[in-house]
Design a protein around this ligand. Structure first.
Ligand code: SF4
Length: 352
């Protein structure tokens, strides 16, 4: 299938985010609609960011915005210019306890998936840093290493999604993303250059167990990431269908809510045990899904992770965050990507 590509306009690229629930950020900037990496488990197409735009995406030439995820990309080239205008006028800055005033690029696409998005990302990061803002990059792409000159900054942390290091498995479930072995090499370059790093060890496939986590975490710790986020695959919206269509057999066994919860809790226990074993438990940051509520004895186990700040050392950086308009703000006041908080939380709209 040929890819549908183009550009699109955006009124306000800087969106308040509810992803402080996951310890990620207080703002997000998405440099595009769509993502050419087309990971089969990605649930961005089932979130309001895409669901509410089906008609306009069809008008832009996309046949089926959900099932054709990975086949279209509309880059928002004007973001740096618009962002500069916004930041020049902005008098307050959201700075919650878990979001730490950070801006995430990106929650609904990959900032470094190709040269076009990389160009917008670089300029956007420059604008944020000029305004002394904290930046979190999250990518599966390799092009960020070309931007090490600006990313090597105490106000920036760079993270890559690395569920495991199996190129073979990745080829099935993230067919258009660079293989994990290449992602790891990119991280080594960033590490050697002194970039602050973190890892999203997510989403881990059901076949990973204690020994696999031990090996994986051991390899990741060689990069000294400040934090390692973790979650398994969450079958949501059309991602189960897309995984089945891509021949990812194991998804059938975790599409049922009970088997999914068992898989989540089994891996949670295994990765914590593995982290204890190699002495990195304090860096492990769990993203428990609220769908687990009916499967845990004490819901406080889940709640203890929601809105928990990571152990990252942003304080060592030198932000002069503008006055916080919502310091430790209750999440109920937030809105994200034009959606309600409930929609946001239920969609957990971060691609990993
Ligand atoms: S998980 Fe990330 S990289 Fe993969 S398709 Fe979704 S947005 Fe793109």
């Amino acid at each position: 299938m040929s890819k549908t590509q183009g550009t699109e306009k955006i009124v306000n690229p800087l969106q308040e985010s509810a992803l402080n629930k996951k310890g990620l950020c207080d703002y997000v900037i998405n440099v595009a609609s769509g993502c050419l990496h087309g990971c089969t488990f990605c649930y961005v197409p089932s979130t309001p960011a895409i669901r509410t735009r089906q008609i306009s995406l069809r008008n832009q030439g996309v046949r089926d915005p959900q099932m054709d995820w990975g086949e279209y990309l509309f880059v928002r080239e004007e973001i740096p210019e618009k962002l500069e205008q916004i930041l020049s006028r902005k008098k307050s800055w959201r700075n919650t306890r878990a979001g730490k005033g950070v801006t995430l690029l990106c929650s609904g696409t990959d900032p470094y998936q190709n040269h076009k998005t990389a160009k917008v990302t670089r300029k956007t990061v420059e604008v944020l840093l000029n305004h002394n803002k904290r930046v979190r990059i999250l990518t599966r792409g390799l092009l960020w290493v070309k931007d090490i000159d600006i990313l090597q900054n105490p106000n920036v942390t760079v993270g890559m999604s690395l569920p495991n290091l199996s190129d073979e498995q990745s080829h099935k479930i993230e067919p258009q993303a660079p293989p994990p072995s290449e992602r790891y090499k990119a991280l080594v370059k960033g590490y050697k250059a002194g970039c602050r790093l973190y890892i999203a060890a997510a989403p881990t496939p059901p076949n990973m167990e204690f020994e696999d986590f031990k090996i994986h975490l051991g390899k990741l710790m060689e990069l000294e990431p400040e934090v390692i986020f973790w979650e398994p695959i969450n079958a949501r919206g059309t991602n189960g269908k897309r995984m089945l269509a891509a021949g990812v057999e194991f998804i059938g066994s975790v599409m049922n809510k009970k088997t999914w919860a068992e898989y989540f809790l089994r891996q949670w226990e295994a990765i914590e045990k593995a982290a204890e074993h190699i002495d990195c438990k304090e860096r492990l940051h769990i993203w428990p899904d609220r769908g687990l509520k009916e499967y845990v004895e004490d819901v406080r186990l889940l709640e203890s992770w929601w809105y928990r700040p990571t152990v990252e050392k942003w304080e060592a950086a030198s932000p002069t965050l503008m006055s916080s308009d919502s310091l430790n703000s209750s999440p109920e006041t937030s809105s994200v990507i034009g959606s309600t908080l409930d929609q946001q939380i239920s969609s957990e709209v971060v691609k990993v």
